[in-house]
Design a protein around this ligand. Structure first.
Ligand code: HAS
Ligand code: CU
Length: 591
């Protein structure tokens, strides 16, 4: 008998496994839509109608950034809580309850999207993952999202419950680091999802049901981004957790600093939400000052990632030196590059360094005007969520699958090839997307080429960019095929009793070095809430004041509008008078 996770926590291992398999199903579906649209957009292979492009894009976005990521992270969070507190979940039926709610929810949402491909029903939801009004989806789409999110809230409650139970038995102990990371992430998530809950329950769902006639699109958009920015950290923080508690161990060493890791997660809790307006720099109707505040907060929010770059690389270096690595850079060679779990995570980190730079560029209010709504942004998020997060999740799958199934990994070389292929494919695709964006090539369209207009490339050509994007997309698809081969191969493998023991990295500087105040979750939550109130009250009030709670008269340029109306009316009067005069003159002539 080994000490794998499934041996320690057989009931919890089933939940984690169910979450992983749900996540992989979404990954497979999302991947299929991904390659369809890459080849369509770049005009290499077209078999869907361009009219269906939004449906494909919605399926790609929702299956990947909502179902794949979130199902996977509830799996690793369950693992993190049980492993680090060394206790099972309080009531496994409750845990199956939240899992089922999430599964039912996303099925409703998914069916609503896929129904858009057939005319057999009226159901459709081709609204993209941002579901901006006035795009409207069938009520089932919104309802499914609500159930899914409520499922994640209950999952969080489950983990908090475990922690409270543990705390009464261990009143004087520090919160174990993985648990600390789960709790801070969930607190951030509770605050963030309030935005989308209000957007859906108060406005979009009633509107889609026909209970209200109109919505104020700027209001629902702003509520979406209240959630839409922090959701990216809901994907990232579990990946960071893996870089902190897994990567150092796999590199052969220890985590450089537990206190610094706590600081990072506290910073994310405090700063993730009051930044959402950086997605709306080009939205008319939000004053520049509010945008400036969002930009300032965003720049502060770089800090936890920069700290992470330092801590994680320092831990890797420590590991490499334990393995005999030497020199300024020579230690890099001593890292376990043949281990797909390591290499996948390291390459994900490397790409995230580039992703961070494109993020900083996005975040600049003025330079954002250059890249907003272009292919650049698509390049940015394929490096962040599409690589830093997705590649980390795939890499750690090779460690987790044996832990939760009790079966050895089917093929390590295929796994290594898979993570490297993802890196290469994404290098081609995201680099070309960034470059394309700088030429002004728009995102979210099946027909990026305007009639009678040529995008001028400073270096190379648009055809070359398209070729790189298509090539990248094909390599990514191949990589996914290899990934699923391993998942299925492992599931079919016989049981193994020589699996590595469950566990995570030790630390060089442990929690005893961390100030106690870091574990004061109430304090950080209170600060986070205050910052959100500061950042959002005035923008929301002014949007409601001008456009009304239910719209529809959103006034785009309040300052110039008055004069525009005056000039408009004056012009109209002059024009009518002229036409009238001309008509009567003409009539006179004819008579
Ligand atoms: Fe972003 C748009 C700004 C991070 C996702 N972002 C998006 C969209 C998505 C997304 C999906 O300010 C598009 C939404 C849509 O559909 O419209 N983003 C940022 C900034 C950051 C950032 C400042 N984004 C993310 C993450 C995402 C994500 C993380 C998903 C997981 N983003 C923006 C802005 C927009 C935007 C604007 C709107 C653009 C527009 O106009 O529409 C920062 O958090 C980035 C900080 C990161 C760093 C990098 C640190 C480096 C590390 C690597 C260490 C290296 C290792 C490896 C471990 C400062 C941690 C070492 C290896 C060895 C071998 C040694
Ligand atoms: Cu953002």
């Amino acid at each position: 008998m080994s000490n794998a996770y499934i041996d320690e926590f057989p009931a919890e291992a089933k939940i984690v496994r169910a979450a992983f398999y749900s996540s992989f199903l979404a990954l497979a579906l999302g991947g299929v839509f991904g390659i369809i649209q890459t080849l369509h957009r770049t005009d290499f292979l077209r078999f869907i109608d361009s009219v269906d492009y939004y449906t494909v894009l919605t399926a790609h976005g929702v299956f990947l950034v909502i179902s794949f990521t979130i199902f996977f992270l509830v799996g690793i969070f369950t693992w993190a809580i049980t492993t680090s507190l060394d206790r099972g979940l309080e009531d496994i039926r409750f845990s199956w309850g939240w899992y089922s709610l999430m599964a039912v929810g996303i099925t409703l949402t998914g069916v609503a999207i896929l129904a858009g491909f057939t005319d057999a029903t009226d159901i459709s939801a081709s609204v993209l993952f941002t579901f901006y009004a006035p795009l409207q989806a069938h009520p089932m789409f919104y309802l499914g999202l609500v159930l899914f999110v409520v499922g994640t809230w209950l999952a969080g409650a489950d983990w908090f419950r475990s922690w409270w139970a543990w705390k009464t038995e261990n009143p004087d102990e520090r919160i174990p680091l993985p648990t600390f990371m789960v709790l801070t992430t969930m607190l951030m998530w509770y605050i963030a999802t309030l935005g989308v809950a209000v957007a859906i329950l108060a406005f979009l769902l009633p509107w889609s049901l026909g209970w209200i006639d109109t919505v104020n699109p700027l209001l629902t958009r702003t509520l979406f981004w209240f959630f839409g920015h922090p959701v990216v950290y809901f994907w990232l923080m579990p990946a960071y957790m893996m870089w902190y508690v897994m990567l150092p161990k796999i590199s052969g060493g220890k985590l450089f600093s537990d206190p610094l890791a706590r600081v990072v997660f506290v910073l994310f809790l405090v700063l993730s939400v009051p930044t959402g307006i950086h997605h709306q720099y080009l939205d008319p109707g939000i004053a520049e000052g509010f945008k400036f505040i969002a930009m300032t907060n965003t720049m502060f929010l770089l800090l936890p990632s920069l700290l992470t770059a330092f801590t994680v690389v320092a831990s890797m270096e420590h590991g490499a030196r334990q393995r005999g690595g030497e020199g300024y850079f020579g230690w890099l060679k001593a890292l376990p590059w043949r281990d797909p779990v390591f290499t996948g995570m390291a390459l994900a980190g490397l790409m995230f360094a580039a992703a961070g730079f494109s993020g900083m560029i996005n975040a600049g209010m003025n330079i954002n005007y250059l890249v907003h709504n272009t292919f650049w942004v698509v390049g940015h998020f394929h490096l962040t969520v599409g690589t830093a997060v997705a590649l980390t999740f795939m890499a750690v799958t090779y460690w987790f699958l044996p832990q939760v199934t009790g079966r050895a990994l089917w093929n390590r070389s295929v796994a290594l090839g898979q993570v490297v292929l993802w890196f290469i494919g994404m290098t081609f695709m995201s680099n070309a997307m960034h470059r394309g964006g700088l030429l002004g090539i728009p995102r979210r369209t099946a027909e990026p080429q305007y009639e009678g207009f040529e995008f001028e490339a400073a270096v190379g050509s648009v055809a070359e960019l398209d070729a790189q994007i298509a090539l990248g997309g094909v390599l990514l698809t191949l990589s996914l095929v290899l990934f699923f081969a391993n998942v299925i191969g492992t599931a079919l493998n016989g049981k193994s009793d020589s699996l590595p023991a469950n566990g995570y990295a030790e630390t060089l500087s442990g929690p005893e070095d961390a100030p106690l105040v870091l574990d004061n979750l109430k304090l950080w939550t209170a600060i986070a809430v205050v910052l959100v109130i500061f950042a959002y009250t005035f923008p929301l009030l002014s949007i409601i004041e001008r456009g009304g709670l239910f719209g529809p008269e959103v006034i785009p340029f309040p300052l110039t509008l008055e004069s525009v109306t005056t000039v408009g009316i004056a012009l109209e009067t002059v024009a009518t008078e002229t036409v009238d005069g001309a008509t009567s003159a003409l009539v006179g002539v004819i008579r």
